[in-house]
Every structure is written in C-alpha cells, then in structure tokens.
Design a protein around this ligand. Structure first.
Ligand code: TMP
Length: 213
C-alpha cells in the first residue's frame, strides 16, 4: 500500500522548521516509517538547483527560467526519492511542494496558472499531496522573523507586496482544495500552533485508517 504524502507550506518566517520537527515526532510516535525532505532540493542534483535558485545575484532571473528550474528539481526529487519511498509504503514529509510554485511563481510572480498546471501534469502525473498544512501568518511578522535568522536569500529580498500576493495565493489554494489543505494560524503561541497541527494530523490519520479498514 502506498505511503502518505504530507507537505508543509507557508510564506517566509512562518516557523516551518520547528513545526516539521514536531510533525516528525508525531510520525515517530505512531511508529510510521517516513522520509523527511524538502523543495527545492531533496537529492544532490535538486540541492544544486536549489543553490542556483536561492543565491542572490545581479542578473535578473526571468520568471520562466525560475519556474522551469523549480520543476526540474521536482522531477528529479520525485523520481529519486518521493515516488520510491511512497511505493515502499513509507510516508513522505516534504517542506514545500508544488503549492509553493502556484503561490510564489503563480501569485507572486504573476505567472499563468494554466502553464504551471501543464508542468505539474508533465512532472507529477496524478500524484498530489494527501495532506497539506499551510502555516499562515501576517506577512510583516514572518519577514521580521526571517530577517532576524539569516542573510536574505534571493526570494527573501522581495518586497512586502510580493509576499502579500504569495500569502493570498496560499489562502486561495486552501479554499480550492479543502479536502487536503488545512490552514494553521501560525501567529499563535507555539503550543497553540502545535495543538492545531496535532488536530489536523489526528483527523487525517483517523480518516486514512478508516479508508484502509
Ligand atoms: P525555504 O527555505 O523556505 O525552503 O525556501 C525556499 C524558497 O523557494 C522560498 O522562498 C520559496 C521558494 N519556492 C518557490 O518560489 N517555488 C517553489 O516551487 C518552491 C518549492 C519554493
């Protein structure tokens, strides 16, 4: 039986790292075999593509090149990690996936959604995440947290308006895919955020156990 595919999404500084660790401990407590990975990245080639994408540079990166690099890394990641792991019956926990492309390249960079959908079909076929947790926070709060953490990468150098569009992009994805997306209010204290995540994971676990029965 195919494993489950969980993705974590959100704009900058929403607390993905801490909450991914929390989800890993939930998976361990359930005794589930899983692999934790990320996008862009997840294989040596895709990690190199990540470096190309995130490095600040003087050259203006054209949106189409950015979009194709995202999907190039994703194709490799799916081929080498995600699909084999899922078909062995283990779970995959992925820090970002194609929803990030709809949010950042689609809503953020104003790229056509139908083009993204065509690439999604080419690269993934019918494979979609089973559960997507979207950590949501006011953009200004997230950017403050992210800038306190490290030097800004090429995306973090964008203006506030870009991240507002990305945030709205994520909220639209959640609205259009209520069967798999759960919005987590990541502006609450950490304990409250993790309570919301536990509720979402337990509900998902319960419904997947039921459908296996
Ligand atoms: P991260 O450090 O949060 O993983 O950052 C990766 C950056 O890449 C983040 O700013 C979002 C961006 N990104 C896209 O623009 N499109 C995508 O499809 C993915 C996966 C990430």
């Amino acid at each position: 039986m195919r494993g489950k595919f969980i993705t974590i999404e959100g704009t900058e500084g929403v607390g993905k790292t801490t909450n991914i660790e929390f989800i890993q401990s939930w998976l361990e407590a359930k005794n589930l075999a899983f692999v934790c990975t990320r996008e862009p990245g997840g294989t040596p080639l895709a990690e190199q593509i990540r470096e190309l994408l995130l490095a600040p540079r003087d050259e203006i990166v054209c949106s189409t090149a950015e979009l194709l690099l995202m999907f190039a890394g994703r194709a490799q990641h799916l081929h080498q990690v995600i699909k084999p792991v899922l078909s062995e019956g283990a779970w995959v926990l992925c820090d970002r996936f194609t929803d990030a492309t709809y949010a950042y390249q689609g809503a953020g960079r104003n790229m056509r959604t139908d083009l993204i959908a065509e690439l999604e079909m080419l690269v993934q076929g019918s494979l979609r995440p089973d559960l997507t947790l979207i950590l949501d926070i006011p953009v200004e709060v997230g950017l403050k947290r992210a800038s306190a953490r490290s030097e800004p990468d090429r995306f973090e150098q964008e203006q506030v308006e870009f991240f507002e569009r990305v945030r709205q992009g994520y909220l639209k994805i959640a609205e259009e895919n209520p069967d798999r997306c759960v919005i987590i209010d990541a502006s609450s204290p950490l304990k409250a955020v993790q309570r919301q995540i536990t509720v979402a994971l337990e509900a998902f676990w319960f419904s997947s156990e039921e459908s296996n029965a």
